[in-house]
Design a protein around this ligand. Structure first.
Ligand code: ARG
Length: 564
């Protein structure tokens, strides 16, 4: 069955011409959905207001909104889906879905292998670029947020039927490797014995050395050339550095429980050979020009040029991202490119996408979206730092959470805090609030899941097992039951909205509403103490709710525990 509001909207629009723009009712006494279409039609019925000719012929000039609403209600037949429509206030139309329809939709949703999540009619190949830590550097909070948000988006896009290609654009190339390799040779260490942590220390020593010793700096610069021209010894050490970092990244991914694997690695280095062609193609097309020795693109309306090739001949971050776009569109056949990278890089992506469009590398019909996000702040409202003043790494954050809660709960707390705010906002890392089992938190949702699971477990112990394929809701008389059922029917639309707009907090907000509505349902409607059909129906409703919570939490990358 299609989504209920979509069905209602389609039938109303056949009469109203304008989209009824159904909204969930703000209060239960207004029904389930509301439309202000009569007010918008009345505005068109004013003299000369209907230039676009959108007004249906039955709306006469000068009709009042309420009159239009009443006439509309007369003309639309929704009796199989809703209670009689009501006109309220200045002309709002209130819609109450029949409880039998809610019961049917929730029953179907429970039997559906996708938990009712509608599969997209046009599956797309989508690249999601996320996580992207840098070799020989600790994973910073930006990489952590990117990993958590990207993981959620991958899960959501897959859930609606898209083919998702994760791309972990790790920083495994650049002039810093000249310095690192040179320091390894200088110290005479076996690179394969390094760890992510010791290579981070090595990086610091190398930087120090580079600054204080001109002969070393010169050797490091020559080492960059050796790396680029494929010198065997240099490449071998570079390769060890990457392997060491990869092992560190994978340990973090395992700890986070995210989907990324080595198959998703597509680091900056793989684009190295494609960079000269990026430059020559842009120059040949007249898009890039030499300015003060550098090859630049001046984007209309933008003050700063995008630098494709520096005056020393080196290519940087932007050229690599342009090469990556060509690869993703031409070789991976992606039609949607999603970049989950902190908001400070918004301008970079704005420029890269603009240049790719100018060059025709992002043709019409291929979208590129930067999903930016804010910073994590400490309780003082400033950039989050550890007690000794260092920038916070992934591990320090997770350790802080695990100090106060079991690992699954700590992880839920961190992930939910990351996903439940609008992405562009900074948020305060307040661990005590984040792990609380009350309020809008991950652990609260886990608790709601565990609690409904406990009811089902008790019922099963008494012989009442809910079979998803055959169980039906037959009684749905109480408002609290209806409200819960109505909310469950919105699951699919919520997931679709996140797949479309890439805003995980909408799914969090929805699941939080499910959990609170479930809790008022328990208060008003006993389940285990009820009898006969009422008890059976409530158990099915509980199971359907559990399924939505479990599926929804899984889409957030959060474990749904059986007990808590
Ligand atoms: N390595 C970069 C960083 O840590 C992020 C890379 C994001 N992806 C991209 N295609 N530029 O800031």
């Amino acid at each position: 069955m299609a989504s209920i509001p979509a069905l209602l909207a389609e039938r109303i629009q056949a009469v109203s011409v304008l989209d009824p723009e159904l909204r969930p009712a703000t209060r239960p006494q207004f029904g389930h959905y509301q439309s202000n279409v009569a007010l918008r039609l009345a505005a068109l019925a004013k003299d000369g207001a209907d230039e676009a000719g959108e007004r249906p012929e039955w709306v006469a000039a000068g009709m009042a909104p309420r009159q239009i609403a009443e006439a509309l209600v007369e003309r639309v037949d929704l009796s199989d889906l809703t209670e009689p429509l009501e006109v309220a206030g200045p002309g709002f139309i209130n819609i109450r879905v029949r409880s039998s329809v809610l019961a049917t939709v929730v029953t179907e949703q429970l039997a559906d292998i996708h938990a009712g999540i509608a599969q997209t009619s046009e599956p797309a190949r989508v690249v999601v670029d996320y996580s992207a830590p840098n070799v020989a550097k600790p994973m910073h909070v930006g990489n952590l947020r990117s990993t958590i948000i990207g993981d959620c988006l991958v899960r959501v896009l897959r859930a609606v039927g898209d083919t998702v290609i994760p791309q972990n654009h790790i920083g495994d190339w650049g002039t810093q490797f000249g310095m690192l390799v040179e320091q390894i040779l200088f110290e005479g260490i076996d690179a394969s014995t390094l760890t992510l942590a010791t290579s981070v220390e090595l990086y610091q020593r190398a930087q120090q050395h580079f600054r204080s010793d001109e002969a070393f700096a010169e050797a490091a610069r020559r080492r960059v050339v050796a790396l680029q021209s494929g010198d065997e010894q240099t490449r071998a050490i570079w390769k060890s550095l990457i392997d060491v970092s990869k092992a560190g990244f994978n340990a973090a991914y395992a700890r986070l429980g995210v989907l990324l694997t080595d198959d998703d690695l597509a680091g900056e280095s793989i684009y190295n050979d494609a960079l000269p062609k990026v430059a020559t193609d842009l120059e040949a097309a007249g898009i890039a020009v030499i300015d003060q020795g550098a090859l630049c693109v001046f984007i209309p309306g933008d003050d700063a040029p995008l630098i494709i090739r520096k005056s020393d001949g080196g290519y940087g971050y932007a050229a690599t991202d342009l090469a990556a776009i060509r690869h993703r569109v031409d070789d991976l056949a992606a039609r949607r490119l999603v970049y989950v990278v902190g908001s400070p890089q918004a301008h970079h992506f704005h420029q890269v996408f603009a240049v790719a469009r100018m060059a025709g590398w992002l043709p019409d019909g291929v979208s590129a979206e930067h999903v930016g996000f804010g910073s994590v702040l400490g309780p003082d409202g400033k950039m989050f730092k550890t007690r000794d003043g260092k920038a916070v790494t992934l591990d320090t954050l997770l350790d802080a959470a695990e100090e106060v809660a079991a690992p699954d709960i700590a992880m839920a707390a961190v992930k939910y805090a990351d996903l439940s705010n609008a992405l562009h906002k900074d948020y305060v890392f307040d661990i005590d609030r984040m792990v609380a089992t009350t309020g809008d938190t991950g652990p609260y949702l886990q608790y709601a899941h565990a609690r409904v699971n406990q009811i089902l477990r008790k019922a099963a112990a008494e012989g009442d097992v809910v079979d998803d394929a055959t169980a039906t809701i037959t009684v749905l008389a109480e408002p609290a039951e209806q409200e819960l059922a109505l909310l469950l029917t919105r699951f699919s639309d919520t997931v679709a909205e996140v797949a479309d707009g890439l805003q995980p907090h909408k799914l969090c907000g929805y699941l939080f509403e499910v959990a609170t509505t479930l809790s008022s349902f328990y208060e008003k409607c006993p389940v285990l103490k009820a009898e006969g059909e009422v008890r059976r129906s409530r158990l099915v409703l509980c199971r359907a709710t559990q399924r939505v919570l479990a599926t929804g939490l899984d889409l957030l990358g959060i474990v749904a525990p059986e007990r808590m």
